[in-house]
Ligand binder design. Sequence first.
Ligand code: CA
Length: 259
Amino acid sequence: MAMPDQARAAVPLRWRSAALTDRGRVRVRNEDAFLASADSALYAVADGMGGHAAGDVASRLAVRALGAAFDGEHPPAADAESLAARLRAAFVQANETILEHARVNSACAGMGTTLTCLAPLSTTSDCVLVHIGDSRAYCLRGGDLVQLTRDHTWVQEQVDAGMLTPRQARHHPNSSVLTRVLGMPDPGPADAAVVEVEPGDRYLLCSDGLTNMIEHPDLREMLLRDVPLEQHARDLIDAANLRGGIDNATVVLLAADRV
Ligand code: CA
C-alpha cells in the first residue's frame, strides 16, 4: 500500500456500496456513524465513545465534517497524493470540530471517535484510505481477505512488540484502549495509504462491534458468499448480533467492478 511513483492508468470501475449500522443487543444507544456518498466518492465508518451519550455526537460530527470538507465534490481530487492530503486535513478539521463542541457542551467533555475513510479516485483505479482508531478496512481479492488498517490500540502495539499474540490481544481486558483517536488535543497522525484497486475487489469498512464478534476466517467465508451487497451487509450485522451483539456494529461494503 505504498504511494505509487506515478499515477496508474485508469481502468474504468463501477463502484457500488451498501451500508448498515445497528445498535446491537446490549447497548442502549448506537454511537457508530457512517458515510456512504456516491456523489462525493467518500465512504467512512466512525465509532464514537464518551460518557453521557456523547459518543454518538462525536461520531456524527466526524462523518459530517468529512462530508462537508468535500461538499459533494466529484471527483474530490485528481491524484492520490492531493486526495490523501485533503482527507488528512479533513480529519484535522473533524478533530477541531469535536474539541470545540466538547468545549462548549460540558456533557460532551472527553468524547472521541474513530474514523476510517475510503475514497476512490476517478482519474485512476486507485483509492485512498485514511484511518485513525480501531475501526477497520479490509480488502477481499481472489479469495483472500486482507486487513488494510492497523488498529491504533495498546494491544496492537504489544503485538507489534512481540509481547502479545493476536489471540491474546483479542481477549485482553485492555483490548479497547485506543492510542490514537479523534477528540483529543493531540490525536496523533491519521494513517494514509493508496490502495491499488483491481476489478472484482470488495472492500469492507467496519467498527469493532463487528470484528469483535466475527473472527477473520468467518468474516472471509461470509464475504465470499455469492449474495447481493445489501444482503452481505444484513448478514454481517445479523451474525454479530447472533454471536452476542455486545457492541454497536457498522458495515460499509464496497464493490469495484469493471464497467
Ligand atoms: Ca465500538
